[in-house]
Unconditional design. Structure first.
Length: 350
């Protein structure tokens, strides 16, 4: 049972996902579905843990397009924009073994690294005999650092309940504020959250947001005889981008798990949802202040299988999610491989 809990209870609060919608900010703070397969309400036994999520979205499309009749449809794919993204999320988690307010106390820090390969159809090109020309740009960069100073987990019979507070720093390597898009005197052509032209002479997708993020987190788990039924809930507030005068709308995210562990193997089903609860806002500098931007409420839903193996002491878990519905953002299938390595407890509590 102890090994079962150690594998399942690494209750992490990892990061963003590549989801430019009709919005200025490229990334969602919570990486969609990243906590699938975990016991969302629990902390592992006391000690330090290294966790690495290797997350890949091979063929995302931007949903939210205008049909030939000129009608905007939030769930219609824009065939002129395609994105492949790889996100590596190294996390250091500390489960202290101490009690605070009756719950187990822990803390964590994450520094995601993102690679994006963006393709945009720029229209017919005479040099290509009238065929469509595709501009392509690849970029590596660091996302905003994620700090989780407080994680508390309580045990109630077979239930675990976790509360946490997360902060995203405004320290990423490339963001709207770092690009020529933030300079009104430097012409740039925008497609969604990408930029074509300007100083770079290329197209790219930014690797971070130019804002701070604040996210309370609630996790609930039922753990019994190898079963794990969990739900992880997140609500994110974004500060405004002072360079582009853009304000991302608040967002609700949730990851769900139903799994069964038998011996060293774990099998199950994961799902996730993300719903932006208000439109983005933008100050155009015309004296009217921040105004709501239509068609910027993003949402997506995915679901798929998961399988894990405990090598003792390390463990691996693989998840594949199929896209079910996407509106006003990039969407598609994705998969994630999670590695968990216990680093021991240098200060054991007796």
């Amino acid at each position: 049972m102890k090994k079962f809990l150690m594998v399942l209870c690494l209750s992490l609060v990892a990061v963003m996902m590549v989801t430019p919608a009709s919005a200025e900010e490229l990334w969602d703070y919570h990486l969609r579905g990243v906590d699938e397969g975990l016991a969302a309400g629990a902390l592992p036994p006391a000690g330090f843990y290294f966790i690495n999520d290797m997350y890949f979205a091979p063929s995302f499309k931007l949903y939210g397009a205008t049909d030939p009749d000129g009608i905007y449809k939030s769930s219609e794919a824009n065939s002129n924009i395609k994105l492949a993204g790889y996100i590596d999320v190294p996390i250091l988690l500390w489960s202290s073994g101490c009690k605070f307010l009756g719950g187990d106390y822990g803390a964590a820090i994450a520094q995601p690294i993102a690679f994006t390969a963006l393709r945009v159809n720029t229209g017919p090109n005479e040099a290509l005999g009238g065929a469509n020309a595709w501009e392509t740009g690849n970029q590596w960069g660091a996302y905003n650092t994620i700090i989780i100073p407080a994680i508390l987990s309580w045990k109630l019979c077979d239930f675990r309940i976790k509360g946490a507070m997360q902060f995203g720093l405004n320290d990423g390597t490339t963001s709207p504020g770092d690009s020529v898009a933030a300079d009104p005197n430097n012409p740039a052509f925008h497609i969604g959250s990408a930029k074509l032209g300007g100083k770079d002479g290329n197209i790219y997708a930014w690797s971070s947001n130019d804002s701070y993020q604040f996210t309370p987190n609630l996790g609930i788990s039922w753990l019994h005889a190898g079963w794990n039924v969990s739900a992880d809930f997140f609500y994110t507030w974004y500060t405004k981008d002072s360079d582009t005068e853009y304000q991302n709308g608040d967002q609700f995210s949730a990851d769900y798990t139903i799994s069964y562990t038998c011996g060293k193997w774990t099998f199950g089903l994961g799902a996730e949802q993300q719903n932006q609860v208000q439109n983005d806002q933008f100050d155009a500098g015309d004296g009217f202040g921040y105004r709501s931007q239509p068609n910027t409420k993003a949402s997506n839903y995915t679901m798929g299988p998961l399988v894990g193996y405990n090598f003792g002491p390390c463990s691996l878990m693989f998840m594949y999610n199929f896209a079910l519905e996407t509106n006003n953002e990039l969407g598609g299938d994705w998969f994630n491989l999670r590695l968990v390595v216990p680093l021991g407890n240098p200060y054991p509590i007796h």
